[in-house]
Design a protein around this ligand. Structure first.
Ligand SMILES: C[S@@+](CC[C@H](N)C(=O)[O-])C[C@H]1O[C@@H](n2cnc3c(N)ncnc32)[C@H](O)[C@@H]1O
Length: 395
């Protein structure tokens, strides 16, 4: 492909990405892969070049562009090569007309900026769009830090995490014996810090209410050293599906319960009032994980945040019913939107008089009754988390 044909290809792909974002359709990665499936003439350099252009546009424009062409004209303003592609020969996009609109760069959609905390300034927001590092968690059920560092000599310790190691960008992990044998898990430092805030102990009864594929469940299992009861729950079968294999690889013992959405209690009745710790790693808008998924800025809507906030409140109430007197909830979201974080915890505390904020450790910075982590401040994904304790007298 000529360089100008790559620009045209990026325009066509971005048109599809914008349409998919509006209609909750396929992710950009899927659209890029589909595009090249029917264009076998494109070599690996072409694919990489086009993909880079698509992701540059996604990172540069906080609001979804009107069209792929408007996005590329926007990028052309600061890039002479892209600019020269318009109107050139060789499958190039047509020349830019005088009245054509260019998308303006922005870190986030304007409406969303108002929902984010004041401390999240431009530097903090820009860091949310940086490249994410590759973090490992040493699995204490099977190994120790010294052994894993022998296997990953390029790994560096992560400050504040005894079991955390950071690898250089682009390191292949899945083909390494230490990974295949379950000595390590790939896990962002922020997720590891949240599990530390859980302070789960051997012998306890612990529920991971929104376990997904079990990233935090496996870290809880390691903290419990295989002693006690660990119950992983989720309401979406496909999210849950990888957990049995992952648990076997990690040497973790756990129970799994698939919940019915809106009828979660049916599968949890026997646990009411008996649990030491419930982790509520709630579904959220994912604003803290834009480094991995910048395209989600084009998908998020105010209505989505409202729906998520209701669901987060409902899950917190379910968690409260499971906890025994003196027990705890750790609530976490990988979002920095206040309605999903501090506001949810404040609302929970006003609904439940028998609960109070509890010690959530010292990672990150205080935010309302909880704490926040951010890439600029903590070098990990953005999270809000809070620990809540049920008074001994009532839950
Ligand atoms: C943030 S993700 C969890 C990530 C996971 N804990 C980890 O560390 O990898 C939120 C999860 O909540 C699940 N979920 C959504 N609604 C739920 C519900 N009503 N009950 C339980 N889980 C639910 C989703 O399927 C999703 O897997």
């Amino acid at each position: 492909m000529t360089p100008q044909a790559r620009v045209q290809a990026a325009i066509e792909i971005l048109d599809e990405v914008v349409t998919a974002a509006r209609g909750n359709g396929a992710a950009a990665d899927t659209i890029v892969a589909r595009y090249f499936k029917t264009r076998r003439y494109a070599g690996s350099k072409d694919r990489r070049g086009v993909r880079d252009l698509v992701y540059r546009a996604i990172r540069t424009f906080g609001e979804p562009p009107a069209t792929g062409r408007a996005a590329m004209i926007g990028l052309a303003k600061d890039d002479a090569d892209i600019s020269a592609s318009f109107g050139a020969s060789g499958h190039a996009p047509p020349a830019i007309g005088d009245s054509e609109i260019a998308t303006e760069p922005a870190l986030v959609p304007a409406w969303l900026r108002k929902r984010l905390p004041k401390w999240l300034d431009d530097a903090e927001l820009a860091a949310l769009l940086d490249r994410a590092p590759l973090d490992l968690r040493v699995n204490r059920l099977k190994s120790d830090v010294a052994t894993v560092r022998e296997a990953f000599r390029e790994a560096e310790p992560i400050a504040g995490l005894a079991d955390g190691l950071r690898l250089p960008h682009g390191t292949r992990v899945d083909d390494r014996a230490a990974y295949q044998d379950g000595l390590v898990e790939i896990q962002d430092a922020g997720s590891q810090l949240i599990v530390e805030a859980c302070a789960a102990k051997p012998g306890e009864t612990v529920v991971d209410l929104c376990a997904g594929a079990g990233g935090k469940t496996l870290a809880l299992a390691a903290a419990m050293n295989g002693e006690g009861r660990l119950i992983a729950c989720d309401a979406i079968r496909s999210r849950f599906a990888p957990l049995p294999d992952r648990a076997a690889r990690a040497g973790a013992t756990l129970e799994m319960r698939l919940l019915d959405m809106n009828r979660e209690h049916e599968a949890l009745g026997d646990l009411v009032g008996t649990v030491d710790l419930v982790l509520v790693d709630a579904p959220c808008s994912g604003t803290g994980t834009w480094r991995r998924n910048p395209e989600s800025r084009w998908r998020i809507t105010p209505a989505m945040i409202r729906t998520l906030a209701n669901e987060q409140a409902r899950l917190l109430d379910i968690a409260a019913s499971l906890v025994k007197p003196g027990g705890r909830i750790v609530y976490a979201v990988c979002s920095l939107v206040e309605e999903e974080g501090p506001d949810r915890v404040d609302a929970f505390l006003s609904r439940h008089s028998g609960w109070s904020p509890d010690d959530a450790g010292s990672a990150g910075r205080p935010a309302g009754a909880g704490r926040v982590l951010s890439p600029a401040h903590d070098g990990c994904d953005g999270f809000f988390f809070a620990a809540l304790k049920a008074n001994d007298a009532s839950a």
